[in-house]
Design a binder for this molecule. Structure first.
Ligand code: HAM
Length: 395
């Protein structure tokens, strides 16, 4: 299942011009402190951090964006260029394990650099939608804008002023966040805070003309492309690097951990990490969550031939399979202890186009229009190749 989802995504990414980038599992801790933000749950509570033999503080990567930017800067990949990268692999966060939330989980992510307009965001969202369609996954798309850094700073102040006036009504968690990361209070799931947060200042009231135009550009393009979305004013995301657009795909079938894929624009990060100012946008999906939602399994490389055989004919069957592979076909020979009956079941569930019964002096062919035909061992390769090729041409 995992292979099927990964190869479906891989093909799709290539179809939009994304190139794979392989990133290390370990980075200097400081990278995440600077990129993800010192006062985020990830950096404060969730990183697996240790001091190595040189006395350097390293962390297992909690996400891929920071490492991608670090690598891109080091490789000089951002100078007056546009880039589209994708990556996959394990990420590590010391969260409380529960359904859909693991300490080692796996992401597939895309990151695009050097493109400042909302069109790349729209294209990226269309890529996501295409992936959900291919896999038969039902999601809802939520979008919001954090505006420019100046809008965000002004809003932050307004929110702190408002919440400080109502400090007595806040819960412990929110009171703790008030000084350090007030925007995250908007994410609170505590029903007792619902009214208070509903009446809080609205981020959209602090958008500059530029922020409004950018967000309008995206929503217009999504509407034009027929993509359904919900503008979600309280969607702020838990990582500090976002500016302008943020988005998440959620599913009602996932329980409490409802977000299957999330991302947004992070125009300030490349410069923050020492590169030249470079617009950037990306998203990452959680593979564990995605595979539970898939209803249509994409075909992985299908098996052409399954060979049923017994102890006396095994050596010949292995040699026959090698000869078929020379012709480019995928062949599985059964070499375990099971009898013919259960081998037939395996052949059926393998999805092979053809089954060979190779137990006696002759081989019986089944599938690819060959039901019941018998051939001598010496003629088997030609007979099988002819039938498989004939079937392919017939298609
Ligand atoms: P994130 O929202 O932290 O964003 O994670 C993205 C996705 O990874 C989540 O929506 C979820 O599906 C999955 N995920 C996160 N934590 C866990 C966990 N503990 N167990 C299972 N799945 C999990 C980022 O990581 C950003 N780097 C996304 C991004 C890329 N923004 C721009 N570019």
């Amino acid at each position: 299942m995992w292979t099927a989802v990964e190869s479906c995504a891989r093909t799709l990414f290539a179809g939009y011009g994304y190139q794979e980038i392989r990133l290390p599992l370990l980075e200097h801790t400081e990278l995440y402190t600077r990129a993800v933000g010192e006062v985020t749950d990830i950096v404060e509570k969730e990183m697996y951090t240790f001091v190595d033999r040189n006395g350097d503080s390293l962390s297992l990567r909690p996400e891929g964006t920071a490492g991608c930017v670090r690598a891109g800067i080091e490789a000089g990949a951002f100078h007056n260029q546009t880039q589209r990268f994708w990556y996959q692999g394990p990420m590590f966060r010391h969260e409380r394990p529960q359904k859909g939330r693991y300490r080692q989980f796996h992401q597939l992510g895309v990151e695009a650099y050097g493109m400042a307009g909302p069109d790349i965001e729209a294209e990226m969202i269309l890529l996501g939608e295409r992936l959900w369609r291919a896999l038969g996954v039902k999601t809802r798309l939520l979008v919001n804008s954090l505006g420019t850094p100046a809008c965000r700073a002004a809003y932050r102040q307004a929110l702190v002023d408002y919440l400080a006036r109502h400090a007595a009504d806040l819960d412990d968690d929110s009171r703790r966040r008030l000084e350090r990361n007030p925007l995250r209070i908007l994410d609170s799931k505590n029903p007792a805070l619902a009214d208070l947060l509903d009446a809080a200042p609205k981020l959209a009231d602090y958008w500059s003309g530029e922020a409004v135009a950018h967000f309008q550009g995206l929503t217009d393009q999504l509407t034009e492309a027929g993509v359904a979305f919900t503008v979600t004013p309280r969607l702020v995301r838990g990582l500090d690097y976002y500016t302008h657009t943020v988005f998440e795909w959620v599913s009602d079938a996932l329980g409490a951990q409802a977000t299957v894929c999330a991302g947004g624009r992070y125009d300030g990060l490349v410069e923050e990490l020492g590169g030249a100012a470079t617009p950037a946008v990306g998203f990452a999906l959680g593979l564990e969550r995605l595979v539970t939602l898939v209803t249509r399994w994409p075909q992985t490389a299908p098996l052409d031939v399954f060979v049923i055989t017994g102890t006396p004919t095994r050596r010949k069957a292995v040699a026959l399979a090698e000869a078929l592979r020379e012709h480019g076909f995928a062949v599985e020979v059964y070499l375990g202890p099971a009898g013919v009956k259960s081998q037939i079941k395996r052949a059926q569930s393998s999805g092979a186009r053809m089954t060979l019964y190779a137990q006696g002096d002759e081989i019986e062919l089944d599938g690819a229009g060959a039901a019941g035909a018998r051939v001598a061992w010496s003629e088997a390769v030609l007979a099988v190749v002819a039938r498989l090729r004939g079937q392919r041409e017939g298609e």
